[in-house]
Design a protein around this ligand. Structure first.
Ligand code: AMP
Length: 217
């Protein structure tokens, strides 16, 4: 069974790879960023609490984030594995996930880390466009959709994320290095970490990741 965490800084290509991994292995894609954005667009109480924090690039408090993931991982569709994208992002979140995984009998068994240098991340984020409906990612320079501004997968109109501006991105990157990067050591010590180089062609990276996961299935 594949109980996977996908890690990497903002703009590393987690969302792009996640779409292919879940298609290949038929497991749910659990993106905390997508879940927050859905709550914001629906105007829920959670969305109202998270909106300002997310727009400026900060992390939503651990208790709120952990409760949301706990609820999601307890659903039946996670019984045969899951892919977490963007969670955990702090050591307390990782500790909570460890306890939760044991409680539900589905502990994380694979951590994929995609690393990309800052300069490349900055360029990618500036050109990123996303589908608000299915979550697919594009880039106006390097990963264009077939029809400009329209999602290839579901036909919705692409948007630029509100936190994909230079100011919020700088905050997100700082938070990544301060709070999230220490998790790499945490999972390395646990023997779960599989590092990948995220510079270059996403299709080649996809092949490498899927080959690894087939061997672990
Ligand atoms: P993402 O789509 O993964 O880039 O997430 C977008 C934003 O949602 C982040 O910049 C945070 O503000 C918030 N967020 C997503 N996941 C988490 C998490 N695990 N912990 C705290 N905040 C999160």
């Amino acid at each position: 069974m594949l109980n996977i965490i996908l890690m990497g800084p903002p703009g590393a290509g987690k969302g792009t790879q996640a779409v292919d991994i879940v298609d290949e292995f038929h497991i749910p894609h659990i993106s905390t960023g997508d879940m927050f954005r859905e709550n914001i667009s629906k105007g829920t109480e959670l969305g109202r609490k998270a909106k300002e924090i997310i727009d400026r690039g900060d992390l939503v408090p651990d208790d709120i984030t952990v409760a949301m993931v706990k609820d999601r991982l307890s659903k039946d569709d996670c019984a045969n594995g899951y892919l977490l994208d963007g969670f955990p992002r702090t050591i307390p979140q990782a500790e909570a996930l460890k306890a939760l995984g044991e409680e539900i009998g589905r502990p994380v068994n694979t951590v994929i880390d995609i690393s990309v240098p800052d300069q490349v991340l900055i360029e990618r984020i500036a050109g990123r466009r996303v589908c608000p409906k299915c979550g697919a990612s594009y880039n106006v320079n390097t990963m264009k959709p077939s029809v400009e501004g329209i999602c290839d997968r579901c036909g919705a109109e692409l948007i630029q994320r509100k936190d994909d501006n230079a100011e919020s991105f700088a905050v997100r990157l700082k938070n990544y290095y301060e709070s999230t990067q220490p998790l790499l050591d945490y999972y390395k010590k646990a023997g779960l970490l599989h590092p990948f180089n995220g510079v270059g062609n996403p299709a080649d990276l996809k092949k490498e990741i899927i080959e690894l996961l087939r061997g672990l299935e």
